[in-house]
Design a protein around this ligand. Structure first.
Ligand SMILES: [Zn+2]
Length: 143
């Protein structure tokens, strides 16, 4: 995976800087989960179709939602999907920039490796999405 593979196929933002948003949800859906993404008129993802044919929205208040960057149940679905692909998931506590304690998250399989970290508990889902994108061999692919 080259460095440009770690830029969002929708907005071009690097994965380490990418905020929680619908284009990150679409990126995780296609590159990690292998789902189909439907884009809106603005060219950004609006909903996904899972491998079992279920539809989920990436925006609020349109219907059943899939928000792995904000919802722990959805982000855990990503972790469980990757562990079924023989990825090993681990969490460790450590220091970052000498004094700040952080939780480090790691997904590893063969050459696929994704690391991310977070400090605030509301960043855990985003950290899972970032590590999953980095670990996925398909990351950066355009849907
Ligand atoms: Zn993006």
């Amino acid at each position: 995976m080259t460095d440009s593979d770690k830029n969002c196929p929708h907005c071009g933002t690097h994965i380490d800087e990418h905020p929680a948003s619908r284009c990150l949800r679409g990126w995780v859906a296609t590159s990690v989960m292998g789902w189909r993404v439907i884009n809106g008129k603005d060219g950004l993802p609006t909903h996904v179709i899972t491998d079992t044919g279920e539809h989920f929205y990436l925006l609020l208040d349109l219907g059943p939602m899939w928000f792995p960057d904000l919802d722990i149940a959805a982000s855990w679905e990503v972790v469980m999907y990757l562990t079924r692909q023989n990825y090993v998931f681990s969490l460790t506590l450590g220091t970052f920039h000498e004094a700040l304690f952080r939780i480090f998250l790691h997904l590893l399989k063969d050459k696929g490796e994704g690391r991310s970290s977070f400090r605030e508990d509301n960043e855990g889902c985003l950290a899972i999405c970032r590590a999953a994108i980095k670990a996925s061999p398909k990351s950066g692919s355009i849907p």
